[in-house]
Design a protein. Structure first.
Length: 265
């Protein structure tokens, strides 16, 4: 019992440390998180500007499995690592860009222009080390209402704070008909996961997100606009789990001892 009390006190201390952290920012996960809308159609008919300043719609662009990323091009936080993660996985996947899939990045900041989109696209295409047709990755801009309508349709929440935005990191997979088939969270992605998601999108098969548990172990750092490991929460879970296992072992030993006493009697 002494061990159990020790573990309980340690868990209490961990939770106390977490409780003493600064007050949460004035927004909630519901305001800046992801509300998955698997199987639903994204808003495809809005008027966007492509890298050359031409007016296009997603309905005319999407004719194959599509990886959709929502970012803003001045973002110095999570957007850059996320797009770098897209580049990394594109360099490793066996799927053929332009044939098996395409990527579309849409800015939700109305201050971004086609000129900025063109430069961003050029920079990221330079980072791709495999044969990759430029048409397989488009960078689009739009007015605030159009980009928000797209974001809302795929469940992507963001909130303006000063000159910047607070938002989560995720990519969405769309079928050739524009249906949402998969979400992948974070800023790094596995080639095998992307390959599978592309195949599912080609068949319009919506699959639930497996790695939602990351929301438990990871917290969003609004100051750095990135996900960070929540060590106090993980530590508390480990300690409480250990205490539970230890308690079950003690109870089992107690029952075994009682059975032996009865047998001797």
């Amino acid at each position: 019992m002494k061990m159990i009390r020790t573990l309980a006190l340690l868990a209490l201390a961990i939770f106390s440390v977490q409780a003493q952290t600064p007050a949460p920012p004035p927004f909630s996960v519901e305001e800046v998180g992801i509300n998955e809308k698997l199987g639903q159609e994204a808003a495809l008919d809005g008027a966007f500007k492509d890298e050359s300043g031409n007016t296009v719609s997603l309905r005319t662009l999407i004719n194959k499995p599509t990886i959709l990323t929502l970012n803003y091009f001045r973002c110095a936080g999570i957007c850059t690592p996320q797009l770098n993660g897209v580049v990394d996985v594109l360099n490793q996947t066996k799927a053929e860009p332009g044939k098996d899939f395409q990527v579309i990045t849409v800015s939700f900041d109305e201050r971004d222009t086609p000129e900025i989109a063109f430069q961003k696209r050029t920079n990221y295409l330079r980072e791709i080390t495999r044969p990759f047709p430029p048409a397989a990755w488009r960078f689009l801009t739009a007015d605030a209402a159009t980009s928000k309508a797209l974001a809302d349709s795929v469940g992507f929440k963001f909130k303006k704070q000063g000159d910047d935005f607070i938002h989560a990191g995720a990519i969405m997979f769309l079928s050739p008909k524009g249906e949402i088939t998969r979400y992948m969270y974070g800023v790094t992605y596995l080639p095998a996961d992307l390959q599978l998601a592309v195949q599912e999108a080609s068949r319009s098969e919506a699959r639930p997100t497996i790695n939602k548990w990351l929301k438990i172990c990871f917290s969003y750092d609004p100051a750095g606009r990135r996900y960070v490991v929540n060590f106090t929460r993980i530590g508390a879970i480990i300690v409480l789990g250990g205490a539970l296992v230890f308690l079950l072992v003690l109870l089992r030993k107690g029952r075994r001892a009682k059975s032996e006493v009865k047998e001797k009697a």
